[in-house]
Write a protein that binds this ligand. Structure first.
Ligand SMILES: C[S@@+](CC[C@H](N)C(=O)[O-])C[C@H]1O[C@@H](n2cnc3c(N)ncnc32)[C@H](O)[C@@H]1O
Length: 262
């Protein structure tokens, strides 16, 4: 996990890893972890993808760290509008760089859609990536549990979601289906943050609640790479709990969890 995804699994995570992989080992009808390790170390194995899908932690919800979304909507988007007016290039390019099942990227899209009503000239290009292919599949469905919407103001929930009953052989549950016009605003793709990302000139990058899984050297490598994806004057959001204090950061802190390339 460290070599492929930069994820630091300390001995304290042993139980978690065992419980998450036990099912996979049963599915593959292997006798135990020794066989699984052998499978993982075979040249060209596709099992690494399954390992990543099982081990990564994908917890997320809409408008997580609401204060950052307030900052984004109330301060940053107006700055973008002014800046884009000067250059007459009205596209705002945003990247949600560890997007889980799309909660963060769609929260960005909802904010942008609302802002667009006030400032129709702005166009938004929102890319969302994650290493985990299963969460990306979920993101493309746009269906969420009530818990995922816990931070979303009711007025926005009523405007952009409708409840649907999802039934299978074993259960019946109510989920919330996101409006297709918001879904169309986001493009999803798989990307491993350990690799350079070819898209450049992002005005804003969200990289929240993922640095916590990385060792210091991985963090350094990622911040070095990401600065090349940001445009001059671009902004990087991490979560309130994350900082670059322990690495050399070429970006300037402008607010808790918010950095600027200048
Ligand atoms: C806890 S979620 C954070 C989701 C969202 N950014 C948020 O703040 O709610 C962390 C995500 O990082 C992804 N991730 C972990 N290692 C990664 C890597 N090397 N490259 C890309 N994504 C990674 C995981 O798959 C997971 O979906």
């Amino acid at each position: 996990m460290y070599r492929y995804a930069g994820i630091n699994l300390s001995p304290a995570k042993r139980l978690l890893v065992v419980s998450r992989l036990r099912k996979r080992i049963d599915e593959l009808k292997l006798t135990g972890f020794r066989d699984y390790i052998e499978l993982l170390t075979q040249p060209g194995t596709l099992e690494i993808g399954h390992l990543i899908n099982r081990i990564t932690t994908n917890e997320s919800y809409f408008f997580r760290h609401t204060k950052q979304f307030n900052f984004f909507y109330e301060l940053l988007l107006p700055v973008m509008a002014e800046r884009k007016e000067l250059t007459k290039n009205y596209e705002v390019k945003i990247w949600s760089a560890a997007c889980a099942a799309g909660e963060e990227a769609y929260s960005i899209a909802i904010s942008c859609f609302e802002f667009h009503k006030l400032y129709p000239k702005l166009q938004f290009k929102i890319l969302a990536t994650d290493i985990n292919t299963e969460v990306l599949q979920q993101a493309k469905k746009g269906q969420y549990s009530k818990e995922s919407l816990q931070e979303l103001p009711e007025s926005l929930r009523d405007r952009y979601f409708k409840s649907v009953v999802v039934e299978n052989k074993f259960s019946k549950k109510i989920l919330y289906q996101l409006d297709s016009k918001i879904m169309r605003m986001v493009q999803f793709a798989q990307h491993n943050l350990m690799e350079p990302f070819s898209e450049k000139n992002f005005d804003i990058i969200f990289l929240r609640n993922v640095l916590i899984y990385f060792a210091r050297d991985t963090k350094q490598r990622i911040v070095n790479m990401l600065q090349h994806n940001l445009t001059d004057g671009g902004y990087l959001f991490v979560s309130f709990a994350e900082t670059f204090n322990d690495v050399q950061c070429p970006l300037r802190t402008i607010h808790q969890g918010i950095y600027k390339k200048s």
